[in-house]
Design a protein around this ligand. Structure first.
Ligand SMILES: *Cc1c(COP(=O)(O)O)cnc(C)c1O
Length: 375
């Protein structure tokens, strides 16, 4: 029987290696509220990622919600329709109006040249996404933010460990938000984090993720419970030791796909972005008009062979019922995002994926490319 291949699969260190961590938790009986593993993971992540301050969360979505709260963002926020739905949901959870701006068709990130036209007197911030871990045009975005006095928050859920010439991509903007969900490059089962640049901001974030408590008797804001537990943090500490190997394996798959797909007519992929260190978190391809079959047919062909590729990001966030009534959600406002969403497929990529599995994927893509020759 052929095995099922999913778009991603979490990397798990050996179970026996996790037992000593559990024993430590059982011994000291600290299960959450910023215990020793929580503190250790924050320190180790700062070091590994090359960032100053990090606050751990129980998931990326609550980290996004809290990030906006910590900067007291209100009114309208400019964002991308081409992302996971949690990006825009974090705005609605704060009573903020999302304003969608189109993407660059090549990088698939928000197009900075289209941001200015979307700014109104109510605009307070830009919420951009480093889609697939490819950095946004951070300099152009910051320039606009400086000109119009806007805050910049990056949804960096895909951008763990990504660097440009200056170092971590997480050092740009006011805040960057990570997700450590099971499907992400670095996971703590569920988890997330906010990266910030000064101790005062971290303190506020840490208060907001703990109900707004400042001390035993003082509550300064209607904070949420966004804390990461000790089990998740301990797993993160262990997982972090495997990251270099994880990234190497992902890279090997990325290289293989590129080699195999470079001459397939009608299949395109992103070949150059401005990062100096990639995390190979996704392998998106676009199915162009000169490929003999459509995107959805290729997607179905892969499914028929138990390969569960995913159409990230289709549908666009702006097409979901809670967004589609917004003026900026109109398809005519988002032609590039609309087009990319109709031709995108993310291929399986994860550390335990075998090259023979990738060959199965490639075979099906190549069979689609040659369909016209067979008839
Ligand atoms: C995964 C993801 C999130 C949400 O993170 P969770 O940890 O699952 O809550 C937000 N934004 C993007 C772009 C994501 O891919």
């Amino acid at each position: 029987m052929t095995k099922d291949i999913y778009v991603t699969q979490p990397y798990l260190p050996e179970l026996k290696d996790f037992i000593p961590y559990l024993e430590q938790i059982w011994d000291n009986k600290v299960l959450t509220n910023g215990g020793p593993f929580h503190q250790q993971l924050e320190e180790k992540l700062c070091e590994y990622l090359g960032v100053k301050h990090i606050s751990l969360f129980c998931n990326g979505t609550l980290a996004l919600v809290t990030a906006l709260q910590s900067l007291r963002i209100t009114g309208e926020v400019i964002t991308t329709p081409y992302s996971f739905v949690a990006t825009a949901h974090s705005l609605l959870w704060n009573g903020i109006k999302p304003v969608f701006v189109d993407i660059d068709p090549y990088t698939m990130n928000i197009d900075p040249t289209k941001i200015e036209a979307a700014i109104t007197p109510s605009t307070t911030a830009i919420l951009a996404v480093h889609c697939y871990g490819h950095p946004c045009d951070v300099d152009a975005i910051q320039k606009i933010a400086d000109t119009y006095n806007l805050r910049v928050i990056y949804d960096a859920a895909h951008a763990f460990a990504v660097e440009n010439e200056q170092g971590s991509i997480l050092n740009y903007g006011d805040l960057s938000v990570l997700s450590f969900h099971a499907t992400k490059v670095f996971n703590t089962f569920e988890g997330g984090a906010i990266v910030c640049h000064d101790a005062k901001t971290k303190k506020r974030i840490d208060q907001l993720k703990n109900f707004g408590f400042v001390d035993e008797v003082t509550v300064v804001a209607p904070g949420i419970n966004g804390k990461m537990s000790e089990i998740n943090a301990a797993f993160g500490v262990l997982q972090l030791e495997h990251m270099d190997k994880v990234l190497d394996r992902r890279k090997a798959i990325d290289v293989f796909y590129r080699e195999q797909l470079q001459d397939v007519q009608g299949i395109h992929f992103i070949t150059h972005t401005n990062e100096t260190k990639s995390n190979f978190s996704y392998f998106p391809i676009t199915v162009e008009p000169d490929y003999p079959i459509g995107r959805d047919e290729l997607y179905a062909n892969l499914r028929d062979e138990q390969i569960f590729a995913r159409r990230y990001f289709y549908p666009l966030i702006s097409q979901f019922p809670m967004y589609r009534g917004l003026p900026s959600a109109n398809r005519d406002n988002l032609p590039n995002a609309d087009k990319v969403a109709s031709k995108i497929i993310c291929l399986p990529i994860y550390p335990d994926l075998e090259i023979s599995d990738c060959q199965r994927v490639i075979q099906i893509i190549k069979a689609g490319a040659h369909r016209n020759e067979m008839v």
